[in-house]
Write a protein that binds this ligand. Sequence first.
Ligand code: AGP
Length: 616
Amino acid sequence: MCGIIGYTGTAPAVDILMQGLATLEYRGYDSAGVAVVTGNGNPRVRVVKRAGKLSNLREILDGTWLEGRTGVGHTRWATHGEPSDRNSHPHQDSDGDLAVIHNGIFENFAELKSELIADGHEFASDTDTEVIAHLIGRHSDGLARGPEALADAVRAALRRVEGAFAVAVVDRRSPDTIVASRREAPLVLGHLDGASLLSSDVAGLIRYTRDVEALLDDQVAILTPQGITITDLDGNRSEGHRYTVDWDVDVAEKQGYEHFMLKEIHEQPAALRETLLGRTRDGRIALDEQRLDDDDFCHLDKVYVVACGTSFHAGMVAKYALEHWARVPVEVEIASEFRYRDPILTPHTVVVAISQSGETADTLAAAAHARAQRAKVVAISNVVGSSLAREADAVLYTRAGPEIAVASTKAFTTQILALELLALFLAQLRRAMFPEEWQDQLQRMAALPELMEQVFGQESAIRQLAATVAHASYVMFVGRQVGLPIALEGALKLKEISYLHAEGFPAGEMKHGPIALIEQGGPVVALATAGHVRGKIVSNIQEVKARGATVIAIATEGDTEIKAHADHVIYVPEVHELLYPMLTVVPLQLLAYFIATELGCDVDQPRNLAKTVTVE
Ligand code: AGP
């Protein structure tokens, strides 16, 4: 998620823009830039932008006098086009008369870009954002008429684009105006006397005003020092959602959540939507970057999946999807073990390396070993241009946005979704599924964000349940088939943020040893959703119940029979068996979070842990 800030008023804009971008830094970014309308008599749009941290931009600005009172600023989290000066925002039209900043993804940017190039437009970057600058610039002859003309040009351009966006535009011919719009990406407006502001996040406004207005989807805002006008995409007057902010800056960065982890758990439905955006081109599933030709995938004879921690658990889910849909043999390996066991790798082996950060030393080393053995490496990463993404033969980005909490949540569920998309991509290439089969799965995936939202309806019940478990001496998690990786992930979430002893087991293994650990009242969490192994799980629940365990079952909505076996039941909507992991993990993330807060732990920065483990 990129950071957006805009100001028009009576004060020097660049100071306010840089202050706002500094407030948004927590969101994570890889480059930053500002555009300011300077020069009273003959206004110009001055753009200064740099890859890297805000300090790089500030260094340039300290030596560059930008005296304008209207401008926009942006911190970029790359989705299209590697992090670099040229791909940083703002982006301009051919004549440099206007500048645009953008958060989100224009799904149809490639076809729009081809159309513009055919019209003689030249592009300076690899981004989807620059396309919108040229689309608006097409109307430049009329833009001299001022703010309404600029708003008309922005509305015309936005009617052409598909996908999620929050955009803000400045133009030298309307020197004290900003035009902004949004669709499925946040944009908040700030009202104050003699000035108007906008930001992708309330945190960017609070220092100046608490009188804010959330812009709604497909609304267009025209900001001037005199105030803000809002219309729909057809130009009809409209209103956003106006309210007074009662948060302080620290809380606002978490958008009202107490911790980044809880915010990121709740961001998962939106993150899943981003993961799915633009994943089919010409009716086929497409990877983000592919330096392989289809034959490499058609003739693959084996897949290894390598990762660490939570990413490893996502890889375990991928095994089921790759084997069931793409019909390829899969081995899932802990990255730190992979290269030391001298695995058999050939040019027909594909190694899928999963890493949220794309910088985990063990995973990078495993991928390097695979490449040295001439295997093909496919990266699943959340960071565009990360070391893993740069060195892979093909990449699928999860697009979860910056994940700040050490405990991975939205990166995990988007990894599973990306991996299942990869499985469908291979299935279609290898003709292992009929088109209507993988298209049916894509439709089921598209329904997941809304189904996941339903799970949050049980959040208060989960919080109450957490209070009864928080002081247990151990917590066990058991699952079968795709429930097993979620049992392991639930245990990892709990142990890493609450420091409680928590362990996941294959449910069928309990009687081979772990059941000796069961104490009277000891909590056991069982993944018991509908499917071909549910009956076996119920038997395992009966085994542990017979020895005094307190059982918390994660079950499918409508399964009332499970209540005869479990002490507590948390329900998730019914989905295809291979899609359950993205829903069943959410109650376990919430359970871990509420136990950790009950115990007063540092949820976002747990002891002994780092967000990215860059050492072996
Ligand atoms: C997950 O909650 C942990 N923070 C940790 O296991 C993490 O998943 C692991 O270090 C791998 O990180 P990566 O995905 O960035 O490679």
